[in-house]
Design a protein. Structure first.
Length: 116
């Protein structure tokens, strides 16, 4: 799921960068169409990123605009704020403990939904 985002991020570039208080606002654009731009907001202290496309909030996966900023800032590892608990190795354990479901029954219901 993340690989196409990395490919699209390669065609993006940081056009403008502005510091406002504890936030840095990046303007991101495509190489081919400079009229289309997105804004990425970065909190330096907490290493939190928000983008105007809202893909992180919608799908839980960082967008190509945020990845472009990470590359621009030479950040080689995804910050914890960009990795939701559902994408970690401990997600199954957290789900089983929080909801009180048996993992086998959850897998069976998911399999049933896929078959439909």
């Amino acid at each position: 799921m993340f690989q196409p985002i990395l490919v699209r991020a390669a065609s993006m570039k940081v056009i403008n960068m502005r510091q406002t208080g504890s936030y840095v606002i990046y303007s991101i654009g495509l190489d081919q169409t400079p009229n289309e731009m997105w804004r990425v907001f970065c909190c330096d202290i907490e290493m939190e990123f928000n983008c105007s496309c809202m893909r992180m909030e919608s799908f839980g996966i960082p967008c190509e605009h945020i990845v472009c900023v990470l590359v621009h800032e030479d950040i080689e590892e995804l910050p914890r704020s960009l990795v939701l608990p559902r994408w970690t190795k401990t997600a199954k354990v957290g789900l089983q403990n929080a909801v009180g479901l048996h993992w086998d029954s959850l897998m069976l219901s998911q399999y049933g939904c896929l078959m439909d």
